[in-house]
Design a binder for this molecule. Structure first.
Ligand SMILES: [Zn+2]
Ligand SMILES: [Zn+2]
Length: 275
């Protein structure tokens, strides 16, 4: 089955393969459009991003691959722009994935998707152990960032769920938690009704999680709001390029969501109905 994927990391940040290896594997497995989305340089400490001085080489390599694969595989030059991005002009990219990977509070920086211990530490030290307060900080910050920058795509919206599959950090079914998350989605959709929300299988590949981001309650809410979604792999190696896309499609179908994808038209990214 053919597919497209616009969330792809390479050796330019924390991925394992080169862009050319990713493009070759994508073409060989039926990909029609591959978007590269390097982690943006940050103003905060992070060891999983591209260094600012490497950005021109990244751009040159993706443009070279667009020529090399012309007529066989559409390739897009994108970026996963973090809330704390720095040294980057977002307008230089074909599309933007907007993401929040960190909570910054009282001058301390915590990666929310690094380890379960770091997330717990953040809740205890900065929010008095109150995960709902942590969630409110995270989602409010996410909504403010998206409304300000207006990315093409909202990345893994409930990334703070990454280490909570066993529900021992907080309860995803808690109406207070769901209200915080859906209010942030509402704020984004009020301002940016055409934005794409990712249905992201990255943690299914890397952690063996059963479901993609975001959780079913959020997918149902996105359906109620008439939001658009896009299925992505958040691939950091060739084996992950379309991992669990069948399950992601099923999750979208269960929620009644129509899936969209990015294609390359006249050198730019265009949002289309998925094939
Ligand atoms: Zn990410
Ligand atoms: Zn990513």
């Amino acid at each position: 089955m053919s597919y497209s994927n616009c969330h792809t990391h390479t050796v330019f940040c924390d991925g394992k393969n080169t862009p050319e290896e990713m493009a070759q594997a994508a073409f060989a497995t039926g990909c029609t459009c591959l978007g590269f989305s390097v982690h943006s340089p940050m103003s905060t400490a992070a060891d999983w991003t591209i260094a600012p001085e490497r950005l021109p080489a990244y751009t040159a390599e993706i443009r070279r691959l667009q020529q090399q694969f012309r007529g066989r595989l559409e390739i897009l030059h994108g970026i996963e722009l973090d809330r704390n991005f720095a040294h980057v002009d977002p307008s230089e990219f074909d599309y933007i994935i907007g993401a929040v990977h960190q909570i910054v509070k009282n001058g301390h920086v915590y990666d929310v998707d690094y380890t379960r211990e770091m997330l717990k530490d953040c809740a205890e030290k900065e929010f008095g152990g109150d995960f709902l307060a942590l969630a409110k900080h995270y989602y409010d910050d996410f909504a403010a960032f998206v409304c300000e920058v207006r990315p093409t795509i909202v990345a893994h919206f409930d990334l703070i769920e990454k280490f909570n599959e066993d529900q021992t950090l907080f309860s995803t079914n808690d109406p207070a938690y769901q209200k915080i998350a859906t209010a942030a989605a509402d704020r984004i959709l009020d301002e940016c009704p055409d934005i794409l929300f990712e249905v992201n299988t990255g943690a299914m590949y890397r952690l063996g999680k059963a479901d993609p981001y975001p959780m079913p309650f959020m997918l149902n809410h996105l359906k109620r709001r008439g939001a658009k979604v896009i299925i992505t792999a958040d691939a950091h190696c060739t084996d992950a390029l379309s991992f669990a896309f069948d399950k992601a499609r099923e999750a979208c179908e269960r929620a009644g969501l129509t899936v969209f994808e990015l294609r390359r038209r006249d050198g730019k990214a265009e949002i289309c109905n998925a094939q």
